[in-house]
Design a protein around this ligand. Structure first.
Ligand SMILES: *[C@@H]1O[C@H](CO)[C@@H](O)[C@H](O)[C@H]1NC(C)=O
Length: 312
C-alpha cells in the first residue's frame, strides 16, 4: 500500500509540476492554426481556385497564425510549432523541460484539427472526388487539404532547401518580434508581426512545396490522412523521400534562423559591451560614446533579456 501511495504521489507531482497550462495553450493555439489553415486549404482545393489559391492560402494561414499566437502567446509564448519551440530552447528562450510537453501538445493539436476539418468538409470532399481519395498531382486530389505535397518537377533537395530558407526567415521574424530590448514591437502587436511575416514568406515560398514551415501542421494531419482513407501513399509518396522534408527542413531552418539572429544581433551587442566597458573609464564620456553606452547598459540590465518563454 505504501508503494502505491508513493507512486500516486509521484504521479500527482508530475502532473502538478508539468507545464499543463502552457501545454494546453499550445494545444489550443495549434488546433486553431491548423483548423483554420486546413479549412482554407479545403476552400482552395474544393473550390478549384488553382493559381489564385496561393493568395487565399497565404492570407488564410497568416491570419490563422496571428490569431493562434494571440490565443497562446501570453500563456505559453505561442510557439504553435515544434520547430519554433526547439529552436527557441536552443537559445534559452524556452526551458528545455517544456519542450517535450509543448511538442506533444502541438502534434496532438495538428492531428485533431485535421480530423475536425475532415468531419466538417466530409460531404464536400466526397462530392469532389466521388469517394476516391487521391494524392497530388491527381486531378481530384484532396490530400493537400491536410498536409503538403511538392510540385512534380521540384527535386527533394530543392524542397529541403526551400523549407530551410523559408523557416529560417520565419524565425528571424519571430526573434525580431519577441526581442524586447528596444520595445520595438509592443507585446500586443507581436502576433500581427508574426502573421504578416508568414503571409510574406508564404507568398514568396509557397510555390515549390506549399510552405509547410511547421512539422505539427504537416506531420499531424499527414498521420490523420494515413488513417482516414488516403492510405500509405501519404508517407510513401516520392519513394518515402517526401514526408520527412516538412519535418526536418523546418527544424534545420528554425535553428539557423534563431542562431543567425543571435549571432548578428545578440552576440554583437555582447561583444560591444565588453569592448566599451574596457575602453571607457572616464566619468564623463564623450557624447558619442556616452550615447552608445546607455544603449548597451539598457540592453544588459533589461530584465526582458532573461525572459524564458517566447512572446512573453
Ligand atoms: C473526379 O471526380 C469526379 C466526381 O466528382 C468524377 O466524375 C471524375 O471522373 C473524377 N476525375 C478523375 C480524373 O478521376
Amino acid at each position: 500500500m505504501k508503494t502505491l501511495d508513493a507512486i500516486l504521489f509521484k504521479l500527482l507531482l508530475f502532473f502538478v509540476r508539468s507545464p499543463a497550462k502552457e501545454a494546453c495553450a499550445e494545444f489550443f493555439g495549434t488546433l486553431f492554426l491548423v483548423v483554420v489553415g486546413d479549412g482554407v486549404m479545403a476552400t482552395v482545393t474544393l473550390g478549384r481556385l488553382g493559381p489564385h489559391g496561393v493568395i487565399v492560402s497565404s492570407i488564410g494561414w497568416g491570419l490563422a497564425v496571428a490569431i493562434a499566437v494571440a490565443i497562446a502567446g501570453s500563456i505559453s509564448g505561442g510557439h504553435v510549432n515544434p520547430a519554433v519551440t526547439f529552436a527557441l530552447a536552443s537559445v534559452k528562450k524556452c526551458p528545455w523541460k517544456y519542450v517535450a510537453h509543448y511538442m506533444v501538445a502541438q502534434y496532438l493539436g495538428g492531428f485533431i484539427a485535421a480530423a475536425l476539418v475532415y468531419i466538417v468538409y466530409y460531404d464536400a470532399i466526397n462530392e469532389f472526388d466521388n469517394g476516391q481519395r487521391q494524392l497530388p498531382p491527381h486531378f481530384n486530389s484532396t490530400a493537400q487539404i491536410f498536409s503538403t505535397y511538392p510540385q512534380d518537377f521540384v527535386s527533394i533537395g530543392s524542397c529541403l532547401l526551400d523549407q530551410v530558407v523559408a523557416t529560417a526567415l520565419l524565425l528571424i521574424v519571430v526573434c525580431a518580434a519577441i526581442d524586447q530590448r528596444y520595445k520595438r514591437v509592443p507585446p500586443y502587436y507581436q502576433p500581427t508581426i508574426v502573421g504578416l511575416g508568414l503571409i510574406s514568406i508564404f507568398l514568396a515560398f509557397g510555390y515549390n512545396c506549399g510552405a509547410p514551415l511547421n512539422p505539427a501542421r504537416d506531420l499531424g494531419p499527414r498521420i490523420f490522412t494515413l488513417l482516414a482513407g488516403w492510405g500509405l501513399e501519404t508517407f510513401t509518396f516520392r519513394r518515402h523521400l517526401w514526408f520527412w522534408v516538412p519535418f526536418l527542413g523546418p527544424h534545420i531552418g528554425a535553428l539557423i534562423g534563431v542562431w543567425l539572429y543571435s549571432f548578428f544581433v545578440d552576440l554583437s551587442f555582447a561583444n560591444y559591451s565588453i569592448l566599451s566597458s574596457e575602453e571607457d573609464h572616464s566619468e564623463e564620456p564623450s557624447s558619442e560614446y556616452g550615447a552608445q553606452n546607455v544603449v548597451t547598459e539598457v540592453c544588459i540590465e533589461d530584465p526582458s533579456l532573461k525572459i524564458s518563454i517566447g512572446a512573453n
